[in-house]
Design a protein. Structure first.
Length: 287
């Protein structure tokens, strides 16, 4: 038991410096390319494309911002779907920090981007009569529900303290997941676990997408760590991460009058994630 806990701690500690460095870089990128200051880019013909591109950035604030804009009828259904399907919270960071699976970052990004853009344009075509409202002059909408507002913050807080706290939070999640996986292997046995998972490849996308709907970055950690450790297939991981819209759905469901619309969007994201998960699991062995 003690060896399991020690191994989990050491494996988690190895990732911490890489997590911190990546989060510092993300803070710099976010401060210099803050799309939330210009919402018009998510209203034109390129909206699903740009929405998917912003959703890929490892920052759940974009899904929050997209949800707020959509709830105000400032962007189309396809655009918010593109952002939600592209959002992955901590997934790409964990894959980059883990040397054994870093090569999967590009395929993962490509898969989610293509899915998000394709579904975004399809939805906008289906709902082409959807009317948009106009944002009041000088009014701004920020995606800060799960993060922090950079306005009037010192560089120390923006580029050191926030990345450090975020890294520590994700480290705790990773440690918890590693401990759970370690205990399962310790008591069940690695051979039996692998045999069980191989038999269960057909329901992996269903479970992974359900986990992805949990509005917490811990869900993306669980899904990604399961993929890194070889417990789920690539397509199953994509299914979970496509459904992982961060706090976007939490923002939408605050508007209880639109609960049917919000539930339909959540169901759509889940079905899309599961569908493409099965497709990728079926096609990938051919390559």
């Amino acid at each position: 038991m003690g060896e399991v806990l020690l191994d989990a701690l050491l494996d988690s500690l190895k990732l911490f410096p890489f997590l911190f460095l990546i989060y510092v870089l993300i803070e710099i990128l976010e401060n210099r390319t803050n799309i939330s200051r210009n919402h018009n880019v998510l209203r034109g013909n390129l909206a699903p494309l740009l929405g998917a591109a912003t959703g890929l950035v490892p920052q759940c604030g974009f899904s929050v911002m997209a949800a707020k804009l959509y709830d105000r009828k400032l962007i189309r259904t396809g655009t918010v779907l593109a952002v939600f399907l592209a959002t992955s919270d901590e997934a790409f960071i964990l894959l980059l920090a883990d040397g054994t699976k870093a090569a999967w970052v590009v395929p993962m990004i490509a898969a989610k981007f293509v899915i998000a853009v394709g579904i975004g344009y399809l939805a906008n075509a289906l709902f082409r009569k959807e009317t948009l409202a106009e944002l009041s002059e000088n009014e701004e909408i920020h995606g800060t529900a799960c993060g922090h507002d950079h306005e009037e913050e010192s560089k120390f807080k923006s580029y050191f303290l926030h990345p450090l706290l975020h890294s520590l939070e994700i480290f705790v999640y990773i440690l918890a997941v590693n401990i759970i996986f370690g205990l399962v292997i310790h008591f069940v046995g690695e051979d039996k676990l692998e045999a069980f998972l191989q038999k269960g490849v057909w329901y992996q996308p269903l479970v992974a997408a359900a986990v992805g709907l949990i509005p917490n970055c811990a869900s993306s950690v669980v899904i990604t760590e399961a993929f890194i450790d070889g417990y789920i297939a690539f397509g199953s991981c994509v299914a979970g991460l496509c459904a992982n819209a961060g706090l976007g759905f939490v923002v939408l469901f605050r508007n209880v009058r639109k609960w049917k619309r919000n539930l339909a969007l959540m169901l759509a994201v889940y079905v899309i994630g599961v569908g493409f998960g099965y497709l990728l699991n079926a096609v990938l062995p051919l390559f």
